[in-house]
Design a binder for this molecule. Sequence first.
Ligand code: PRX
Length: 653
Amino acid sequence: MTDLSHGKTYPPSPEWQARAWVNPQTSQEMYDASVADPELFWDEHGQRIDWFKPYTRVKNTSFAPGAVSIRWYEDGVTNAAYNCIDRHLETRGDQVAIIWEGDDPSESKHITYQELHDEVCRFANVLRNRNVSKGDRVTIYMPMIPEAAYAMLACARLGAVHSVVFGGFSPDSLAGRIEDCGSRVVITADEGLRGGRKVALKANVDAAIDRLPPGVDVDHVIVVRRTGANVAMDPLRDVWYDAAREMVTAECPCAHVDAEHPLFILYTSGSTGKPKGVLHTTAGYLVYTSITHKYVFDYHDGDIYWCTADVGWVTGHSYILYGPLTNGATTLMFEGVPNYPDMSRFWQVIDKHKVNTFYTAPTALRSLMQAGDAPVKATSRASLRLLGSVGEPINPEAWEWYHRVVGDNRCPIVDTWWQTETGGVLISPLPGATTLKPGSATLPLFGVRPELVDADGKVLEGAAEGNLVIADSWPGQMRTVYGDHQRFMDTYFATYPGKYFSGDGCRRDADGYYWITGRVDDVINVSGHRMGTAEVESALVAHASVSEAAVVGYPHDIKGQGIYAYVTLMSGVEPTETLRKELVGWVRQEIGPIATPDLIQFAPNLPKTRSGKIMRRILRKIAEDDFGALGDTSTLSDPAVVDELVNNRQNKR
Ligand code: PRX
């Protein structure tokens, strides 16, 4: 078993213990109470949100094989936008809710809770005028501008269900998501702006709609003006948001929705098939994102909090918008990228807005680390108090750099483990309570019961390595795969019946600390973005020259994992550099730039078992440059294939 720590530990400082909501002792007491009596614990925290009608039942959940059902606070009635906005107006109307920092450093905006209210109401009225009502799905394909937040909260206000699609996805991917949830309304912008480069969002929406099968219709496309580009507008279908906004008032009532009313769908990749529509509902999700935002980031009134994610991912949903706004926080939303106009941008933004808490992904840190310490040291960062990491394992080297250089040895780091499916953080340090070990997500949060199991499902005790499962429900958990509850049960509850299976491998050390080792299924994590290898494979085989493809991840210094594709060509097709480039471009066009293969190896044959199954274990080892560990190849139908692959391996070290 590899020792991932460097043996170093960082106990919470006396100042942190004094300041934080919980210290080592109180956090332990709170955790023990939360798992001893979850009903009582989550009843108490059900008060974190306001209810139009209070609930009487806290938890009604079952992980039973074939009958998985997850319901929290089920007879309560509430509204997410009300909790994020309206209830704060009396005390915080003039407080800044969202600080928006544009791609261009000269552009920023401060939006108060009152302004947020007015803008969300206007957006909701524009949607209402286009017949959007409770339960309707609305697809949002937007850059990181305040209108993305207005649009999401406007849906919540009406009880409509938003499905945000990351702006880096291709028209094909967007079309698949529009079709799957049957959105009749799409919200987009003329163009996005990132790192000085324009992204043709409206043109992509047009292309996506053109690709929808007969009978699937989008009635309205609402277009926010961002760059002022001259884009095609269909007069019957498309409307400029700024024009529509002028026609409506800044008042719009909140729909009263059941606790379990769907709040949003977010598509995520799995090991098989097309992306799944992860469905989150209203009350449990808000309670969970709000409690975790409060304790993990030790949020206090007046703090300036910045999560660098895009709202196209779950981190943006839970920890830019819903968690912070439920808590009445000031949350920063950043349109740009870490290296534009230069490598100091993150740290400049921290100084400009006096950011106290900064939450980002290891991949960003690793790329910034490569530029050395100078771009960091050129800034003060005196306002920083707490740092966070999310999306993939953070290697101890990046952790130490983050701690020493970015945080000047002063700021604890919360390494937060969670997933699109979990809605919020499940395993993480608490800054005033937990002794940190670089590279470990440390301990479970309140109410969370992780277990490690072996391949047969046997629960492992003490220090051990196995597959990470969660033994009981928590309020932020996804409720179903949109339109396919069977798939939900099969994906998460069938491998280890009665438990939620995360798909991650994990080690637990003698102190009970959790060390996530990465996915154990055919999902890879590229720059903190989740990608199903099957999706990349099906894009590749859709190309006329490709007969077969197998995709695996391999260690990549910056991205964490890179995409390695083994491609068998149709007979008679020559493996050329031009074709290699063409295939890379093809996958970008089919899925989007985040799926760009890093390496393509033309392989006349792939290693298969006698029954014809591709042996991915071997392909992974070759891609990892780990030839000594190829293991048993005797079950291959043609063992010579492996030598050929090894000899032609791409990035040889
Ligand atoms: O493998 C884990 C990894 O990211 C996966 C979830 O990806 P996604 O649903 O896109 O959500 C990312 C943001 C929450 C997990 O199965 N992962 C996430 N956070 C960590 C992590 N791996 C190690 N350490 C983390 N802190």
